[in-house]
Design a protein around this ligand. Structure first.
Ligand code: SAM
Ligand code: DTB
Ligand code: SF4
Length: 336
């Protein structure tokens, strides 16, 4: 069945016109569409773990983990399997339905990939969805991860092709598109989004969204990060983005990709409850849950629980776990 709302031919001017709408009109449009496709009071929760930290060869100007900048971060080697399993179990107990493992690599070596595959198999075996973010992947590596049962691969475009060179010089925008195409072709769900508040213009935000929406298939998951300013990195002193501009970008992502999960990602620690509530109203329906992102703090689990309760929102964890545990299509339909 074709879905006329799933367009892949958006122009930059059309997207910028959405960002330019009066705020109330934009939010109303995004929320109306959101509730046609999703339960507006339900939120998907992923938990993050850094399985290999720091000493990265890339020069991403926002990142605490690049070896090129002195952020004071202590580097750690690839974590043993049993520690990963323990962390996944703790995340599951707290209600996360997806476990996302991140490594500070330009790309994984085939040997390291084998160790990560064991982690994916173990976490899948616990009834959780798995997500990885390991940097660039070759076609064969993506296929190996697919064969291991990986559910999602996160690889962000980060910003517009025009602004990209201001942030990263050690790999190109096209390298990122290529990894996304390897992930898509292997049949793994794509998680791709970017960072706002790095000094980019509104047109850059529109251009990044255009790249995402005009991919051959919309990413299933679209993380929108607010820059977490890290001392020692080139972007540590950049001017704050107007919070309402962040909310606008979430709303436009929701309108452009109506079937995708839009994740309110990094930066929640510095956001008020009211700002997060506006992001949910604009169509965000996923968050990272747990006290730590990769190397920086996330809101305390208690604060998140209290926020969701104040808003009358519930998590998707139980529903998803039941669906995943069901063996046959008929059992799956019953679980839904
Ligand atoms: N090394 C792998 C890579 O770059 O693909 C995976 C990990 S990397 C930390 C994953 C994503 O986290 C980045 O692409 C970026 O979008 C986001 N990120 C990293 N540092 C951030 C920061 N300080 N603020 C906001 N987002 C950040
Ligand atoms: C994404 O878009 N955001 C997450 C996840 N994908 C891997 C990472 C955020 C990192 C924030 C900075 C840190 O904790 O190092
Ligand atoms: Fe390395 Fe990823 Fe950080 Fe870039 S974002 S420096 S690739 S860990």
């Amino acid at each position: 069945m074709t879905d006329s709302l799933l367009r892949h031919d958006w122009t930059l001017d059309e997207i910028e016109a959405l960002l330019d709408l009066p705020f109330n009109d934009l939010i109303f449009r995004a929320q109306s569409l959101h509730r046609e496709r999703f339960d507006p009071n339900q939120i998907q929760m992923s938990s993050l773990l850094s399985i290999k930290t720091g000493a990265c060869a890339e020069d991403c100007g926002y990142c605490s983990q690049s070896a090129k900048y002195d952020s004071g971060l202590e580097a750690e080697k690839l974590m043993p399997l049993e520690d990963v399993v323990k962390a996944a179990d703790a995340a599951k107990q707290k209600g996360a339905s997806r476990f996302c493992m991140g490594a500070a690599w330009r790309n994984p070596t085939d040997k390291n990939l084998q160790r990560v595959i064991e982690m994916v198999e173990a976490v899948n075996g616990m009834g959780m969805e798995t997500c990885l973010t390991l940097g660039m992947l070759s076609e064969q590596q993506a296929e190996r991860l697919r064969d291991a049962g990986l559910d999602y691969y996160n690889h962000n475009l980060d910003t517009s092709p025009e602004f990209y060179g201001e942030v990263i010089t050690t790999r190109t925008f096209d390298d990122r598109l290529q990894t996304l195409s390897h992930v898509r072709d292997a049949g793994i769900n794509v998680c791709s989004g970017g960072i706002l508040g790095m000094g980019e213009s509104r047109r850059d935000r529109a251009s990044m969204l255009r790249e995402l929406v005009n991919l051959p298939k919309h990413p299933e998951s679209v993380p929108i990060n607010m820059l977490v300013k890290i001392e020692g990195t080139p972007l540590s002193q950049v001017e704050d983005l107007d919070p309402l501009e962040f909310v606008r970008t979430i709303a436009v992502a929701r309108i452009l990709m109506p079937n995708s999960y839009v994740r309110l990602s990094a930066g929640r620690g510095e956001m008020s409850d009211e700002m997060q509530a506006l992001c949910f109203l604009a169509g965000a329906n996923s968050i990272f849950y747990g006290e730590r992102l990769l190397t920086t703090d996330n809101p305390e689990a208690d604060r998140d629980r209290a926020l969701l309760e104040r808003l009358g929102m519930k998590t998707e964890a139980l529903v998803e776990t039941e669906v995943k545990a069901a063996k046959t299509p008929c059992q799956k339909a019953q679980a839904v």
